[in-house]
Design a protein around this ligand. Sequence first.
Ligand code: NAD
Length: 321
Amino acid sequence: MTILITGVAGFIGSHLASKMLSQNFNVIGIDNLNDYYSVNLKKYRLKQLNKFKNFTFIKADLSKALNLEKIIKKKKLSVICHLAAQAGVRYSITNPSIYLKYNIDGFLNILEYCRKYNTNLVYASSSSVYGANRKVPFSVNDDVSNPVSLYAVTKRSNELMAESYFNLYKLNSIGLRFFTVYGPMGRPDMAIWKFTESIINNKAIEVFNRGNLSRDFTYIDDIIDGVQKAIKLSKNKKFTKHRIYNLGNNSPVLLNTMIKLLEETIGKKAKKKLVSMQPGDVKKTFADIEKSKKELKFQPKTSLRQGLTKFVNWYKEYHKI
Ligand SMILES: NC(=O)c1ccc[n+]([C@@H]2O[C@H](COP(=O)([O-])OP(=O)(O)OC[C@H]3O[C@@H](n4cnc5c(N)ncnc54)[C@H](O)[C@@H]3O)[C@@H](O)[C@H]2O)c1
């Protein structure tokens, strides 16, 4: 079985590829290696993947229509797992246009490829689609027409695009709403990385909304398990649908509690600079995973303390600390 993973040099894509390669799947990975954050980190992730003989990497920008057909047309794909996107809520406030290009044009090219070659699709959505919703936990049955960032708009648009391709062409797909994913080889623009870096280097951390925010932090191995279960479901002949699932830990943690756990893991106190709520941010994310449990058999297992320990150990090794 050959799977195409887009965004393969990214955090989630590289972990998924590594897992699938070690299980002897053939993986074709695409990434444009953009410099939203350290390109060296993306190359470091690719270096781990290049050790596998069953891995092929293609550097390409998926928002450019020409490339995709040329590159993968001849290869028979079992499934596409589309993770490439411009991520980050705050960056979408200052750089809105890149989100439309990467997240909308890129997604349309993937959908068109799937339609033409009848390929099942699993794609990344986000908890940010729940926007300013107050009712928690967030259920996939909730209304999601109240976005607070353009990033969220592009992710919700992806879901609607996938729904329309199912209605029009019976294209089967599964959208996964990820909730604050963290772990080794994670993203430097996310709080756990930034806080770890600042605590180790004796710099002040910026604590938004005085730490009075909650996030449903979800460990990378649990997410990969959920993605693999979605891939498996999409391959089932009886699966002829477009479905959306939450992949979250179902256990929100206050930012202040996360900082305390991180201080204990690193063995050092954080210097805190309390700042106000940022535009685009939401106060709480909390996944209702009943449907994911029932239909995907998704069950997160990693506590925040266990996950932070693994992240901090990796971070120190990566930076030779
Ligand atoms: N990490 C999280 O907490 C989280 C939460 C919700 C949703 N998501 C979504 O999950 C997916 C993976 O996230 P991640 O954390 O691994 O992000 P990431 O930024 O580490 O990975 C995304 C990768 O996609 C690549 N990419 C972006 N646009 C591209 C394009 N046009 N063509 C080719 N490659 C392109 C980037 O170079 C990057 O390597 C994204 O769709 C993201 O929006 C992530």
